[in-house]
Ligand binder design. Structure first.
Ligand SMILES: Cc1cc2nc3c(=O)[nH]c(=O)nc-3n(C[C@H](O)[C@H](O)[C@H](O)COP(=O)(O)OP(=O)(O)OC[C@H]3O[C@@H](n4cnc5c(N)ncnc54)[C@H](O)[C@@H]3O)c2cc1C
Length: 603
């Protein structure tokens, strides 16, 4: 295994210098957390990662979970981590004191999550799902549910899940058919099956609490008839836990994230599955959006974290592997071989990875900052502004780290040549693990429809206007440094390109050509993401430039800041120009994929 999987120095740079966490810590809501506490939390996350996660990454991958005699077993080290994480207060650390959390800023929990996820991504799924599902109960559930379930979940005793997907309802949740029949004893009787439920069952979990979407008998069709229920594997009766008629039918054998069983379960086969309604009937999907939005940022963070671990593994290899000679020395056969890091193409692959990893972490931190500002500001207009920006950027923060993260890990593997493809190095594991990030929590196709259809067009241009204002403010600051002016100009040009493309697509929507308008939403997502990450890179470079000009840094610190500016130059020179090709297609009138043609022509 490589020695390093994440740069805590980079996370601290983002927290302290780029996103000024102090501004958030100075608010009354976060009065009990200071800069020293933030460092202690990052240290505690590193300690957990180094003890329980990173050393077991490969071994857990090779062990896979099993399903025999109706029982799912997972690697024992996973439960050690869950327990330690609960005891350290990491599950739900950002929740309010009232909800049993530590009231930590989202930026801090994102930093801690980045460290642990880079160390062993699949294992973090267990605690992440428990936190998200407990948060749903705490936000919308009755007092009795909070007391009975949330406390044990936050302590790491009971596992939580999000139970949405059914065989016929994956991307399209409006087609959910699981049913809930009211009884006069306060609970509902649940019937139905759910597939792909992560951490949905395993031996050693005292209980598994499914946050399950189902329709109350007679509910309207579509998303307006979906309700949310707490459906435990074991329910309490007379102080004891008894079977609640939730049967595991099987687990899926996946290409990656072998740590985490994805379970197919059947509820109510014996007409004896009790579920308790969360909040009001038929509002389940709107509640579930809280968990889905949190999970989307969590998946983005995971993508960036896996790409980070792959980047450091390939960087270490590139520094140690001698192969061939530098192009300038190609005739000097007597010269010793050079390390592959000296070949321009290997440098390009490493810079690509660094640009993706640190650009993604920066965007996720930006989103976490908006979430913190929403909690801490009393100014309603400001709250609305941050909400709109967070809504706009959430699908991007899920998708860019996933899609570009996959490419990034692939380049990491490429740096190792043949060894990258073998199980001697962890690159193949990272490659298998990261592939899921563009599929679950809404596929890239679905996130892209959300971005273009809802978040951009659905706000009537307001969200883009707010993004433009954020970029304008950065441009003003960056322009005070002569050597950044060129990049400010490029970013401004890209914003004009974005306006033009968006107007072109908007015109199609106005003409009622909805299929045409949304057909290339995924290309729009990539186009939009590159500009957003360009914004994040200029932001980091501006802070680095300021530190170079005013702080007289030396040694490693000097190199750190210079490397930020160099990576920004890479992104602007190698990645951002890709928007041109995407814009050409997005404004092309040739209807290649929407035109009605015989199927044989497109296969
Ligand atoms: C390992 C794993 C873990 C998972 N964990 C959970 C979990 O814990 N809880 C849970 O509820 N679910 C979970 N899922 C389910 C996951 O969220 C779904 O697989 C995902 O949402 C896609 O649904 P689907 O598989 O039915 O694919 P489909 O919805 O059939 O999609 C197939 C393809 O068609 C595209 N497509 C579908 N509809 C449209 C459309 N309207 N417009 C354009 N393109 C479209 C998709 O983008 C995709 O490319 C998990 C899945 C996996 C593989």
């Amino acid at each position: 295994m490589a020695k390093k999987y994440v740069s805590v120095e980079n996370l601290k740079f983002l927290l302290n210098e780029v996103f000024n966490i102090q501004e958030v810590l100075d608010t009354p809501y976060y009065a009990e957390t200071d800069g020293e506490a933030v460092n202690m939390i990052l240290d505690a996350a590193t300690d957990l990662a180094d003890r329980y996660l990173f050393p077991h990454y490969v071994e857990i991958d090779r062990t896979d979970h099993t399903f025999e005699d109706g029982k799912v077993t997972i690697h024992p080290k996973i439960q050690e981590f869950i327990k330690a994480s609960g005891e350290a207060g990491f599950i739900g650390a950002s929740f309010s004191y009232e909800h049993g959390g530590q009231q930590l800023p989202e930026m801090v929990t994102a930093g801690a999550g980045a460290i642990m996820s880079a160390a062993n991504n699949g294992v973090l799924m267990f605690t992440g799902l428990t936190a998200g599902s407990a948060h749903l109960i705490l936000s919308y559930g009755a007092e009795e549910l909070k007391e009975k379930y949330a406390t044990k979940m936050l302590a790491g005793q009971w596992q939580g899940t999000m139970a949405l997907t059914e065989p016929q309802a994956g991307s399209s949740l409006s087609d959910i058919v699981s049913s809930a029949t009211p009884t006069d004893e306060g609970h509902y009787k649940l019937k139905g099956q759910k597939i792909f439920i992560s951490a949905g069952d395993y031996e050693g979990a005292e209980n598994v609490v499914h946050l399950m979407l189902a329709r109350i008998d007679g509910a309207p069709l579509g998303t307006k008839g979906i309700s949310l229920f707490v459906v435990p594997k074991y329910r309490e009766e007379n102080g004891a836990l008894v079977d609640n008629d939730v049967t595991t039918a099987g687990v899926y054998h996946k290409m990656g994230q072998k740590s985490t069983p994805a379970v197919h379960y059947i509820a109510g086969d014996n007409d004896n599955c009790h579920g308790w309604l969360v909040g009001e009937p038929n509002k389940g999907l709107s509640y579930m959006f809280q968990m889905m939005n949190e999970a989307r940022l969590g998946v983005g963070l995971m993508g960036a974290a896996i790409a980070s671990a792959a980047y450091y593994a390939s960087l270490e290899y590139a520094n140690e592997r001698p192969q061939g000679r530098k192009i300038s020395d190609h005739n000097a056969k007597d010269k010793p071989q050079t390390m592959i890091i000296n070949h321009p193409d290997v440098k390009r692959m490493l810079l690509f990875q660094k640009a993706v990893v640190e650009g993604s972490f920066s965007l996720i931190m930006e989103c976490a900052r908006y979430a913190d500002l929403i909690k801490t500001t009393d100014d309603e207009a400001a709250k609305k502004r941050y909400n709109t920006l967070l809504d706009l950027l959430t699908p991007v923060a899920k998708t860019f780290p996933a899609e570009y993260g996959i490419r990034s890990v692939s380049e990491g593997m490429q740096c190792l040549g043949g060894f990258g493809y073998t199980t001697d190095f962890p690159l193949e594991t990272y490659y298998r693990d990261i592939r899921i990030t563009s599929i679950y929590e809404g596929t890239t196709g679905i996130q892209s429809l959300d971005l273009l259809g809802r978040k951009v067009m659905g706000t009537g241009g307001k969200s883009l206007q707010l993004l433009g204002e954020e970029i304008k403010a950065l441009a003003e600051e960056a322009s005070t440094y002569d050597d950044l002016k060129k990049y400010v100009g490029i970013l401004q040009e890209k914003m004009q390109e974005l306006q033009k493309v968006t107007q072109h697509l908007g015109a199609m929507a106005m003409q009622g050509k909805h299929e045409l308008f949304l057909a290339d939403a995924t290309l729009y997502m990539e186009f939009f993401s590159l500009i957003v990450i360009g914004w994040q890179w200029l932001k980091q470079a501006t802070v680095a430039k300021k530190a170079l000009v005013t702080g007289n840094p030396e040694g490693d610190q000097l190199k750190f800041y210079e490397s930020k500016i160099h990576t920004m130059r890479y992104f602007y020179s190698y990645e951002l120009p890709k928007t041109l090709g995407l814009a050409a297609r997005l404004t092309d009138k040739d209807e290649v994929i929407t035109v009605e043609v015989e199927k044989e022509l497109i296969v």
